[in-house]
Write a protein that binds this ligand. Structure first.
Ligand code: URA
Length: 263
């Protein structure tokens, strides 16, 4: 830099603090402790970064720092499609959140399914959350026909044979007769409905209650809120851990990677 020239970029600790990692002081300590990398190299105190171009990690987990990234947590009501546009003209989830910047939903919920859906313009997070190899669990409450017996519960837990193959082991409880709490590592099309149907208990109502560590029982149907920095980081961290058995199942069933910022 020539004498008197304006320094380029923003101070790393300021960018980290804006991303929700703590006060600037705390972020300086993260840098001083060697826990932060910029473009793969361990960062140093006083370093400046370009938030639009540089890739930052803390403890090996990517931290999204681009200033225009947004993350919404929506409680999708029934009767709304998860795609950006519907040929039949039905309401879509993007109608329920701010129009700018444009966002897309991370994965899908069926038209009739309710519950938590993330909308973002962060293609990297969308890719990580959508891919089963990254091990982000999703929890559902399913109201089904009839109380579910021990044999059917065991089949749901161990794996059910569906037309596209056997489902991976799942955590399944029955908090009340005919109400199932199901935690899945996979996200196949209509998976919960097909699993329950396969064991003789069709789903009457389905609600997604958790994505990774993100849950919010106070968010009413149709309402949204921004994800907090810590929630975004937790999703990145959870999706940095391979799912149990990932690579062994070799399902190759995950959706293809969306373009960064695409929809
Ligand atoms: N499983 C389903 O069957 N439907 C959904 O919308 C989500 C998971």
């Amino acid at each position: 830099m020539t004498a008197g020239a304006e320094p380029q970029g923003e101070r790393l600790q300021k960018v980290l603090a804006r991303a929700g990692l703590g006060s600037r002081r705390v972020c300086e300590e993260l840098v001083a402790d060697g826990r932060v990398t910029v473009n793969g190299a361990v960062a140093v105190l006083g370093q400046r970064v370009d938030p639009r171009a540089d890739a930052v990690t803390v403890d090996g987990v990517p931290v999204p720092i681009a200033p225009d990234l947004v993350y919404y947590l929506l409680n999708k009501p029934a009767g709304v499609v998860s795609t950006a546009a519907d040929p039949e003209g039905r309401p879509t989830v993007v109608d329920l959140v701010p129009g700018e910047p444009r966002v897309f939903s991370v994965g899908r919920l069926d038209y009739d399914t309710e519950g938590l859906l993330i909308l973002t313009n962060d293609g990297e997070l969308a890719h990580r959350l959508a891919h089963p190899s990254h091990g982000v669990t999703k929890e559902y409450l399913a109201e089904v026909d009839g109380a579910v017996g021990a044999g059917a519960l065991r089949r749901l837990r161990d794996g059910v044979e569906l037309t596209d193959g056997r489902t991976a082991p799942a955590t399944v409880g029955q908090p009340a007769p005919g109400v199932l709490r199901i935690v899945l590592h996979e996200g196949r099309n209509r998976q919960v409905r097909r699993m329950c149907e396969a064991v003789g208990h069709p789903v009457r109502r389905l609600v997604r209650t958790r994505i990774g560590t993100v849950a919010d029982p106070s968010l009413r149907p149709g309402a949204w809120r921004p994800l907090e920095g810590g929630e975004v980081r937790a999703l990145y961290a959870a999706s940095s851990t391979p799912a149990p058995g990932a690579g062994r199942r070799g399902s190759g069933r995950g959706p293809s990677r969306p373009a960064r910022g695409g929809r």
